[in-house]
Write a protein that binds this ligand. Sequence first.
Ligand code: SF4
Length: 198
Amino acid sequence: MQTPKVVAFKTNAGISHDLLKGLLEKGEKYGLTAVFPFGVDKIMLAEWVHLKCRYGCNKFNTNWCCPPATPSPEKVRKIIEEYTTAILLVGTKNCPDFYLNSARKRAAQVKCWKGTLSLERMLFMEGYYKAFSLVGECCALCKECAYPGDCRFPQEKRPSVESFSIDVIGTLKNLGATSKVQSHVGATYNYYGIILLE
Ligand code: SF4
């Protein structure tokens, strides 16, 4: 009988080149184009991001992965302090249905969601026991979120990056990267997820 592989829990051990390669290979199946490890001190938190969720987004108070169901900015600061390292996930999307609630748009969101969670799972299995995903956009696993009723897939429920009051553009600048606004429907744009790691 084959002896099961024993994986040590990781604490501040960094992330190997081979693991990053494996993450990217898996992520590519879900539309990701890059994965970057970085220090959480580069994450820019901003109260105004919460304002954008509260005023101007039709998902506010309608989804378990968006405010007010997600942690407050004060709580987020404390959570981030418990980590030192994270991985930025970059994907590229072209979404002609940006303002529609179409099956095609939802399928793309679900793909992104499942990809992020599969990488989180992979990291957990490698010993990164604190790995926790913040997913780009909001959860679309159900056609209509059950909020405020019980979530139908609680094991896959994660906060969105924006719901964590993360200024994505500011964070990218801190990482020496840039991004641009999608200037018209149908333009190709990048989306971003983050996995808090250790
Ligand atoms: S899995 Fe369904 S019920 Fe749960 S947060 Fe996502 S959309 Fe809402």
